[in-house]
Design a protein around this ligand. Structure first.
Ligand code: G6P
Ligand code: ZN
Length: 583
């Protein structure tokens, strides 16, 4: 059939400024007339012509509620804008890392390559008719659009008057793999539905030694549990862990992707991954029986990860440091070495110690994955991570939840090479972490979140902390007055970053108090919240003495926590006597 293109008049809608990871709003906001259409057209208009006319675009996401409607709208608009073909993962499912992989790795039958993607996700936010939907655009390198593009998108949303759409194009069946071809005013237009996992699985097999992991998983001594929290990771977990690596079906928890994530909050942490936490023997009431050796979870779009051992939690800051320390021997992709490593500023300095000891290039960047992307494109960084449960490498330009699990399985397989058969006890996740602390020292770490605080009060608190920084001797007087048992403040500033690749400067990226013994207090306002302000307080203390690295972290950090709360006048400004969440 030949489809027609019509032009629909529209007018700007307020509040379409993309946040750290695209536009995230309640479903009912997205369902308003022209809301999604305006944003999509504003994006097309922000791209250079060759990224639209005749281009190949990926459209998919975590499968949350409204994705199925959104994908049909975007297909009709892509057709009308002269896009040559749209690639859709079956049932609109593609994890965020898989989208990045598809852009970078996939070739169509005629050699076509994608130049960008609309990712339909609100990451770890709940989904469903009364919950969140989201959309973000990723570029040709597989990474999120840089600020220059997102600013342009936002400007376009403020002036948009019309958009073209192929209204009579029939809805494409996205539940079956195959190509549907159409003919439009500008020629051919194809929609290709493909298997959500194929390209990603191929990439993972080129990075890791699947045979070595398979051997570990085949040992009755090694037990495993993976919780996808009903997010898109489920579409990969079965294929990779069960079909490729031979894990038991029963190792998978909540691995059927659901539009509403089963009513849960698809965020892999000790609070929201309740079932996994109980199975791993870490819950208030565990499930009884012997917990598995290794457990992991993902968020809605499978870019985040949580790593657990038996009755043991691995902090994300330790996880990236341990992966970096072991990557070269355990992961074939890194066998010729690491180009460099990087962490976000509030992430603990565990990675710094590894970088120093292995003589690796090291970068401390502001919060947000896009800062790593620049370093990777320039060949300066191989492994990176954030305290916010994100870990990844330069195989793609997004953080990668399943990659992190495979990295840990590889390390476990490597360390247990000689123990898999026979009676020898396996080296556990906890053993690996404790051994790491003994070698490099331990960074005790905790994060306090104060959610939905009055935005004005949050700003005042931050201003108060910046003002204090003007005199270090004065700060130290106050510090000693509050706690005589903590070290002195050596320096204090607002974190500022100059990107070594493009020279761009990012200011006001968090308030730091750095202590003489290596301890740190960091205060930041979240860039992803949807209501009021969220204050994040990151507390860290370095312990080099191997005999003192085994303490409970909340207990070890209690003097610094006390100091941080009093120094910032947290209760005075926020009216809160306790944080909303502690991680
Ligand atoms: C998203 C980004 C991460 C970042 C996190 C910070 O998940 O992808 O790279 O670490 O937001 O969130 P926050 O709420 O602390 O600004
Ligand atoms: Zn996510």
């Amino acid at each position: 059939m030949v489809f027609k293109v019509s032009t629909v008049s529209t007018s700007p809608i307020d509040g379409q400024k993309p946040g750290t990871s695209g536009l995230r709003k309640k479903v009912k906001v997205f369902k308003q007339p022209n809301y999604l259409e305006n944003f999509v057209q504003a994006t097309f208009n922000a791209l250079t012509a060759e990224k639209v006319k005749g281009a190949t675009l990926v459209v998919s996401g975590d499968g949350r509620y409204y994705s199925k409607d959104a994908v049909q709208i975007i297909i009709k608009m892509a057709a009308a804008n002269g896009v040559r073909r749209v690639w859709v993962g079956k049932n609109t499912l593609l994890s965020t890392p898989a989208v990045s992989a598809v852009i970078r790795e996939r070739s169509g039958a005629d050699g076509s390559k994608a130049t960008g993607a609309f990712i339909l996700t609100a990451s770890h936010n709940p989904g469903g008719p009364t919950e969140d939907f989201g959309i973000k655009y990723n570029m040709e390198n597989g990474g999120p659009a840089p600020e220059s593009i997102t600013d342009k998108i936002y400007e376009n949303t403020k002036t948009i008057k019309e958009y073209p759409i192929a209204q009579d194009l029939p809805n494409v069946d996205i539940s079956a793999v195959g190509v549907t071809s159409f003919e439009g005013p500008e020629g051919k237009f194809d929609v290709e539905v493909f298997d959500s996992a194929d390209d990603y699985v191929k990439l993972m097999k080129s990075i890791f030694d699947f045979e070595a992991i398979r051997k570990l998983l085949s040992s009755p001594k090694f037990t495993f549990c993976y919780d996808a929290l009903h997010g898109v990771a489920g579409a990969y977990a079965h294929r990779i862990f069960v079909e490729e690596l031979g894990a038991q079906e029963s190792a998978l928890l909540n691995c059927t992707p659901k539009e509403d994530f089963g009513g849960g909050h698809p965020d892999p942490n000790l609070t929201y991954a309740k079932e996994l936490v109980a199975r791993m023997g870490l819950g208030k009431s565990d499930t009884g029986g012997e917990p598995p050796e290794f457990g992991a979870a993902a968020d809605g779009d499978a870019d985040r990860n949580m790593i657990l051992g038996k009755r043991f939690f691995v902090t994300p800051s330790d996880s990236v440091a341990i992966i970096a320390a072991n990557a070269i021997g355990a992961i074939p992709y890194f066998s010729s070495g690491l180009k460099g490593v990087a962490r976000s500023m509030p992430t603990s300095a565990a990675l710094d110690v590894v970088a120093k000891s292995l003589n690796l290039k090291f970068f401390e960047v502001p919060t947000g994955w896009k800062f790593f992307g620049n370093l990777m494109d320039a060949g300066m960084c191989s492994v990176c991570g954030e305290e916010s449960f994100g870990t990844g490498s330069d195989h793609i330009r997004e953080k990668d939840g399943i990659w992190a699990v495979l990295a840990w399985m590889s390390i476990l397989a490597h360390k247990n090479k000689g123990n898999i058969d026979g009676n020898a006890k396996l080296v556990s996740v906890e053993d690996i972490v404790r051994q790491h602390w003994a070698t490099y020292g331990r960074h005790y770490y905790t994060r306090y979140d104060y959610e939905n605080v009055d935005a004005g009060k949050a700003k005042e608190l931050m201003e108060h902390l910046v003002k204090l920084q003007s005199s270090i001797p004065e700060v130290n007087k106050i510090v000693k007055g509050i706690r005589s048992d903590v070290a002195s403040v050596a320096s204090a500033d607002e974190f500022e970053y100059k990107d070594p690749v493009d020279g761009s400067i990012s200011k006001h990226q968090g308030i730091r108090y750095l202590f003489e013994d290596g301890s740190r207090l960091v205060f930041r306002l979240s860039g992803t919240g949807s209501e009021g302000a969220t204050i994040r307080l990151y507390i860290e203390q370095y312990e080099k003495d191997a005999s003192k690295t085994g303490r409970e972290s909340q207990e070890a950090l209690s003097p610094l926590v006390d100091l941080a709360l009093k120094l910032s006048k947290m209760e005075e400004f926020t009216g809160r006597s306790a944080p909303t969440v502690i991680t």
